[in-house]
Design a protein around this ligand. Structure first.
Ligand SMILES: Nc1ncnc2c1ncn2[C@@H]1O[C@H](COP(=O)(O)OP(=O)(O)OP(=O)(O)O)[C@@H](O)[C@H]1O
Length: 613
């Protein structure tokens, strides 16, 4: 047991001065490598490259067909024919270029896409303008010819719009940004003609062929086509995203969903090469569009990655999927959160609370020494995990609200509403803002979590979030022994001191809090052995979450022998990958064993404190 009051056999800072006297000991030992993003980027590029090539090829065939038909039709302007010929040659050249080994960046591909479709739009403006002027000159049935011409121009434009929507991968917003100007090109030429040609103006709205009802119908059709094209692009994009999310995310294979939080879904996943299980948190699509939420997400990842304490969840990686969704990967924690532990088994005995929270203090001490305050400590954010062959290893996660103590920028980032964090466990100074939040906010958080673990309810309850927050700021907390008889007085005193309204009246840091917990009479009442016995009887950890068995030496030797006969060329040229089959469920496909914790677990089961000990 360390002098700072933190249990566990891992190297942890051993005193209040650990961080300040030797800041290097808190230097980041892990680095977040966003390799996933790198691979995702090349995948996006490849998808875009192939799709753009197909789109340009289809367009060049369509334009070639019209060029051939027009070349043999009388009455087509030579100027338009020449222009069409130029467009055909350019589209074919672009198809040929995209079919060579040339590997442009995504940005260049997007520029090329804009040039191709923008060029087609410009061609349409010129061709429609010239074509309309030509037909206007025909004396007898000019207006009817003009209307027919507009109708066929409309059909061609619909073909182009749908080609764009089907082939080019886009989200709805980007699809709209490209499709709307394409659709509007149909309005540009008639508007220009109306401005420059009085004869056309005279026909507009008066001649039955150019009546406003007729033109309005065209406009309606165009608007509907453009809207369905945008919606279609969005749907294709989302369906593809769902298929990808359901199976693979860069180099991670998703096995099953672990749960969902405020920022997004969490999946049990496996690195495809390392075969290491991990938890992958995928940020919500809605938040994806929100720069503040994204900044908060990155802050969460970076803040956690700066910490190296055994009782802080380890971050392995972060990046973006090929569709641009953010995710990060952390160590997978077999076990459950303290919230789930109390939900399933009722309030915890004093010794176990002390055992878990002293470890949490160790992790927080490192964060505080590094200038970070968690600010959102709550039972769901602390895990009782099975790690390194030990049970009840406390792990702090979700550093989403971590705030560097003197970082103005990040304090703004956490301000998405009036206050951030869970109202049930929130320190008064976060609500009243009469005091700059510092590490003592987390001392309050630990006290509130301890209150919940010992009594099964948070320190303050109320009809809504505001009522609870006001209670934190104003009302005296009900003594724990009044809620649950039998809470040891010394532990109750520690918890109530953590929950003092004025930070000056609390423990001034988590080191003194850990020492006070260690000094409680029940501190030695729980141990690694007791934890192991409890988990075995109450909630066995599945074999899938146990360390893998030692390797079979015979198999190893065979594997080594086989290395002498490796077909390196085959490795350099991997065969085609099996297509994704959205019908398969992830778990079935992976042949993964059943869940660690069954869904629909009866929360009222095993509720008595005695049973949970
Ligand atoms: N590293 C992990 N290992 C195992 N399970 C995890 C891990 N991280 C999260 N989970 C589980 O995934 C679910 C969602 O976690 P998450 O942290 O997003 O929830 P939350 O704390 O409610 O989120 P938030 O604080 O953003 O509102 C929870 O049930 C949690 O138990």
């Amino acid at each position: 047991m360390s002098g700072a009051g933190f249990p566990g056999d891992r190297p942890v800072p051993s005193g209040p001065s650990a961080g300040t006297s030797c800041p290097d000991s808190f230097a980041p030992r892990r680095r977040v490598v966003s390799s996933a993003g790198v691979r995702g980027e090349s995948e996006i590029r490849d998808v875009l490259h192939g799709r753009l090539r197909a789109a340009v090829f289809v367009l060049s065939l369509c334009f070639l067909a019209f060029f051939v038909v027009n070349a043999f039709s009388p009455g087509v302007l030579t100027g338009i024919l020449h222009l069409q010929g130029v467009v055909v040659v350019m589209l074919m050249a672009a198809t040929a270029l995209l079919s060579t080994g040339w590997k442009p960046s995504s940005r260049r591909l997007r520029i090329m896409e804009a040039v191709v479709f923008g060029g087609v739009g410009v061609y349409f403006i010129i061709a429609i303008y010239l074509g309309m002027r030509l037909r206007l000159g025909v004396e007898a049935d000019g207006a009817w010819q003009l209307a027919d011409f507009l109708k066929s121009a409309l059909s061609c434009m619909l073909l182009i719009i749908y080609t764009y929507a089907i082939f080019i991968p886009n989200d709805a917003r980007r699809a709209a940004r490209m499709i709307a100007p394409l659709a509007l090109t149909l309005l540009v030429a008639p508007s220009a003609l109306a401005l420059t040609t009085p004869a056309f103006r005279a026909l507009l709205g008066t001649h039955p062929a150019l009546s406003f009802e007729n033109l309005g119908e065209h406009a309606l059709l165009l608007t509907l086509a453009a809207s369905t094209a945008v919606y279609g692009a969005h749907t294709i994009n989302r369906y593809r995203a769902e298929v990808l999310h359901s199976r693979e995310m860069n180099q991670y294979v998703l096995i099953r969903k672990l749960g969902a939080g405020g920022m997004g879904d969490v999946f049990l996943a496996e690195h495809s090469l390392l075969k290491r299980p991990c938890a992958l948190k995928l940020i919500n699509e809605k938040l994806d569009q929100n720069p503040t939420a994204l900044a908060r997400f990155e802050l969460e990842v970076r803040a956690t990655a700066r910490l190296s304490h055994w009782n802080t969840v380890e971050v392995y990686d972060y990046g973006r999927t090929d569709l641009g969704a953010f995710f990060y990967v952390m160590e997978y924690l077999p076990g459950c959160s303290l919230q789930e532990l109390v939900d399933r088994h009722g309030p915890l005995p004093a010794g176990r609370v002390i055992y878990l929270l002293r470890q949490a203090c160790g992790a927080l001490n490192e964060a505080h020494q590094a200038g970070l305050v968690h600010r959102d400590l709550k039972p769901p954010n602390i895990f009782a995990a099975y790690r390194g062959g030990q049970y009840d290893v406390a792990k702090i996660l979700d550093f989403g609200l971590v705030k560097p103590i003197h970082d103005e920028r990040s304090s703004v980032l956490t301000l998405e509403g009036v206050v951030t964090g869970s109202p049930l466990y929130m320190a008064p100074e976060l609500i009243v803002r009469n005091h700059e939040p510092d590490a003592r906010v987390d001392v309050y958080g630990i006290g509130a979590v301890a209150y919940y673990l010992l009594t099964g309810r948070p320190p303050f309850l109320g009809p809504d979030a505001m009522a609870v927050m006001i209670a934190h700021a104003r009302d005296p907390v009900e003594p724990l022994s009044a809620v649950v008889p039998g809470v040891p007085p010394d532990l109750e005193e520690v918890v109530l001191r953590c929950l003092e309204k004025d930070p000056a009246d609390r423990f001034q840091d988590v080191v003194s809090l850990a020492r006070a917990l260690e000094a409680c009479s029940d501190a030695d009442d729980w141990s690694a052995e007791r934890a192991a016995a409890w988990w075995r009887t109450h909630q066995p950890i599945e074999a899938a979450d146990q360390p893998p068995p030692p390797p079979d030496r015979e198999t190893d030797r065979e594997a080594l022998d086989s290395l002498n006969h490796v077909d390196f060329q085959a490795i350099a040229r991997p065969g085609p990958r099996e297509p994704l089959d959205p019908e398969l469920t992830i778990a079935e496909d992976r042949g993964h064993p059943a869940r660690l914790l069954p869904h629909g677990y009866d929360a009222t089961r095993d509720r008595s404190p005695s049973e949970s000990s």
